[in-house]
Every structure is written in C-alpha cells, then in structure tokens.
Design a protein around this ligand. Structure first.
Ligand code: SAM
Ligand code: SF4
Ligand code: F3S
Length: 478
C-alpha cells in the first residue's frame, strides 16, 4: 500500500467514525509529505472555532490525498480561513490576499480559496472583487471543498456558502495543525442563536446546533491517549449545549458533557469557552467545583456595564444580572478566574454609559479582558437600527482608558498569587528563555519556571516568587 493510503487509513476508520486511534492524531509533520500528489497551505484568522475548523479542513483534504505544507510557495492550493468580526479583521485578510496574488502571478495554476466567516458574509462578491480568488467556501460547506478544488483546476470558479441546520463535522477527526501535542480545541457546537445586535456571527455561522456527546467524548479520549493533556470545549455559547440522542432517548446538557469529558482521566484538563451570562447555570458551576480537572476559569463576556447599552446590544441581561452571575461564580468557586470581553463606543454610548462600564470593571477586577472599540458590521441588527454615532476618537479614547484600568487589575490579580503554589501543566519552552518552561495554572494564568528534569505534558507544583502583569514567575517544587 502506498504511504499516502497508509496515512489515510490511520486517519479514518470508516466502520466507526468515532473510533479514533492514537496514530490518527499524529501531527502533519509526521506524515510523509512526498506521498501526496498535491499540497495545500492554510492560514487561519479569528476565533478558536476558526482554527478548529481549519483542522477539519485539513482532515477532509488529506482524505483526498492532498497533503499540507507550512510554506505558501510550496503549495498548489492556498486557503485563508477568514474572520469578519470587526472591519480591521477583514482589512488584514484583504492585505494578505494581495500578497498571495503576487504568488499566483508567478504560478498561474495556484488555486486560492477563501474559507470561513468573510467568505460567508461576502459570498460570490469575493470572486468579483478579488479577481484572483478561485473558490469561496462558507463554514458549513467544507465537505464540498475537494470537489470545488477539482472544478477550479479545470478553470471553473466555485462558491458554496450554504449554511446548514445540522452540520457539525462530528464524524471527522481533525488533523492537529501547529500543535504542541498538549492542548487541543474541540468544537462541541456550531452557530449562534443569540442575535446580539453588534455581532455578525449569527449571519456567518448560522443557527446553533450541538454535536453528539458521543463523538465529543471519543475525540477527547483519543486526544488523551495520544498524549494531549488539555482540551478546550468550544462554542459561541457553550452553556446552551444540548444533545438529544433520539435512539437512546437520552439528553446531555453542557454540565453533563463536561462531566463526561472530565471522567476520561484526572490527568486531562478541561477548559471551555465561551459562556453567556444569561445561560450559565449553578449546575455548571457545581460541576466545575466537583472535578479538580475542570479548570476554575470562566470567560464571561459582559460587553458593557450600562443596562441601557446592554439592552440596545440585545444581550438579554442588565448590569445587575451580570454582577449577580459574577458574584455567584465567586460564591460557589471562590478562586475562579474570570475574564471578559468589552466593547467601547457602541451606538449612542454616553460618558455616563462608559463610566458604568468602567465601574463594572472596577467591581469585577477581571483577571483577563479582551477589549475592542465598536466596529459596525453590515447587515447586523445594530447597523440596521442604530446610527454608528460615537466619533472614532471617542471610541478609541474610551478603549484606552479601559485598557489602562484593566492593566492595573491584571497586575493586582498576578501580585496576589505571589507566595502561593499552583499545579501547572507544562506546555513548552518559554519564548523569552530557552532554559525555562511555561505552562498555565488552573485559573489560566501563565507561569514560567526553570526546566530542571521536567518535560512538556507533565504536571508540576510551582511556587510563585514574582510576577509581571501577564506572567507568574516561579520555582518548581520537586
Ligand atoms: N460568543 C461570545 C459572546 O457571546 O460573548 C463572543 C463572540 S465574538 C466572536 C468575540 C467578541 O468580539 C465579542 O465578545 C465582542 O466583545 C467582540 N465583538 C463582536 N462584534 C463586535 C463588533 N461589531 N465590534 C467590536 N467588537 C465586537
Ligand atoms: Fe455574537 Fe452574541 Fe452569539 Fe456571541 S452570543 S456569537 S456575541 S451573537
Ligand atoms: Fe470571526 Fe467568525 Fe470567529 S467572525 S470571531 S471567525 S465565528
């Protein structure tokens, strides 16, 4: 059997698509490159879900005997998995596309494909606008990629941006790209039903649907057996995960799913993202508390601290509801790390509203915060309903104030850990010092420490002796 077929045999088990074996998760670098007739290069932008999707795409193409390369100039097919969340994200992708166009001029047979959210948003317009794009494929149409590539090879440009109500790619074992062999993303659901007025995701990713619990657990088990020690369960709103098994007439909630994954092994850490404040339940919090290997860390985006703005954002909770959820988390899991997303300068936001956001941040003192200024997205509820009337300089000034406030909180949050000892999962060599490892503690804080005789993938207790605003510095206790 030629090498390529052996590789594919290892990657897929047709009889039982959920029966991943250890070798199925070998990284692409282990796969014999010369055995493929063609190669693709993929670049991913946006959220973790997009990165996880690129791993599904790699799996689909590998099955068609198209191997992966990390060098764009070696590729026969270049794919860009795109994000539309803010205007800046799209600008970055357009710039990158111009660079790839130069490659195509030198190599006219090169196929360039746009995948993901920008493909879904702009659809066939991308073929018109970006003359050198050959294929445009939305997030639910990746199974048709091989066919679209074949057609493009005969000169036919192709678009498939059909959204689906049930596609979850549950039967596809993702090929881990750029993996450290320790942490992996596992998609548990797709789409979003929430319709926050600023957000393009419901339009680019379609209706919410959950992936079968059985396939998620099988994927996590296979990862564990292959040496992975941390999985992050991904969805735009993980708390609304719900799987109904029609055959056994059983149902699985997010809390139950987490429990099923946590039971695989106490050595497998479980993280998840993102939680919506309206949906996170006490059941979820008690499950986190019950299992040592479910990390005490919750990403709970607030978006704003002003109830008036939250209502316009259609977040379906107000400031008090958010603060009550925050308090509840700390009551049930006192040492839980909490992070957030915030937007400044949303339509009609006043200085008072901004002060409300700042005071919410002051109250919560988040361990981590992702902060953005509002970027109007065509077609969203806000773009249709409200004028984007806060001047750009005001949006940016408020963002700067917020970033400065958060910097103080994150430093305080790190300083209070000095002197404590944490169990750290070692992820790899520190970027700044070859003699040091880095890893994260339960609360998602990065810890660096001397390597000693330790190895990536091991757990070690580290006593924290110092810190910066982003990193804890420590000594391993042997
Ligand atoms: N599903 C998650 C939630 O409900 O919070 C977040 C999804 S979104 C991919 C990530 C973050 O991007 C959001 O939490 C929000 O803060 C930010 N974001 C989304 N749309 C935006 C926009 N139009 N302008 C600025 N930031 C935006
Ligand atoms: Fe966008 Fe809201 Fe859905 Fe998050 S919950 S993806 S912010 S619509
Ligand atoms: Fe971007 Fe789509 Fe994710 S818009 S943030 S890649 S869901």
């Amino acid at each position: 059997m030629p090498d390529s077929e052996k590789n594919i045999e290892l990657l897929f088990n047709e009889k039982n698509p959920y029966a991943f074996n250890g070798e199925a998760f070998q990284t692409l670098s282990n796969i014999n490159k010369s055995s493929f007739s063609k190669h693709f290069y993929v670049e991913s932008y946006g959220c973790a879900m997009n990165f996880a999707d690129s791993e599904v795409v790699a799996s689909i193409l590998l099955k068609e005997n198209i191997g992966c390369t990390t060098q764009p100039n070696e590729a026969d097919i270049i794919l860009i998995n795109t994000c539309s969340i803010r205007e800046k994200a799209e600008e970055k992708i357009r710039k990158r596309l111009t660079e790839f166009k130069c490659l195509k001029k030198q190599k006219p047979e090169l196929i360039i494909g746009i995948l993901g959210c920008m493909a879904e948003r702009l659809k066939g317009n991308l073929l018109e606008e970006e003359k050198l794009v050959d294929i445009v494929v939305g997030p639910d149409a990746y199974r048709t990629l091989p066919q679209l590539i074949s057609e493009a090879e005969t000169g036919q440009k192709g678009v498939n941006v059909l959204l689906s109500r049930d596609e979850t790619y549950a039967d596809i074992s993702p090929i881990r790209l750029n993996s450290n062999g320790i942490n992996a993303f596992v998609s548990i659901m797709r789409g979003c039903n929430n319709m926050c007025s600023f957000c393009v995701v419901p339009f680019t990713r379609g209706r919410e649907r959950s992936r079968s619990a059985e396939s998620i657990v099988a994927e996590c088990e296979a990862l564990f057996h292959d040496g992975y020690r941390e999985v992050t369960l991904l969805g735009q709103n993980v708390d609304s995960y719900h799987w109904k098994d029609e055959i056994n007439n059983s149902e699985v909630s997010f809390a139950q799913l987490m429990e099923m994954v946590a039971k695989i092994s106490p050595l497998l850490r479980v993280r998840f993202s993102t939680s919506h404040p309206k949906d996170i339940t006490d059941e979820v919090l008690h499950t986190i508390l019950k299992y040592d290997n479910i990390c005490n860390y919750i990403h709970l985006p607030a978006q704003s601290g002003s109830s008036r703005v939250l209502e316009m954002m259609n977040r379906t909770y107000d400031r008090d509801w958010y603060l009550q959820k925050f308090n509840r988390i700390k009551e049930i899991i006192p040492d839980c790390g909490v992070s957030t997303d915030m937007i400044t300068g949303f339509c009609s936001e006043t200085e008072e509203d901004h002060k409300d956001s700042m005071s919410l941040m002051e109250y919560c003192k988040f361990d981590l915060a992702y902060m953005y200024f509002y970027s109007e997205r065509p077609g969203t509820l806000a773009a249709r309903k409200y004028p984007d009337d806060v001047p750009l300089e005001t949006k940016k000034r408020r963002l700067k104030e917020m970033v400065e406030l958060h910097r103080i909180h994150s430093l305080e949050s790190m300083q209070k850990e000095v002197g404590k000892t944490f169990r750290v999962l070692i992820e790899g060599t520190s970027k700044k010092n070859d003699d040091e490892f880095y890893g994260r503690n339960d609360q998602n804080k990065v810890v660096v420490f001397p390597k000693g005789n330790l190895n990536p993938g091991e757990y070690v207790n580290v006593q924290v002796t110092d810190c910066t605003a982003g990193t804890l510095i420590g000594t391993p206790l042997m």
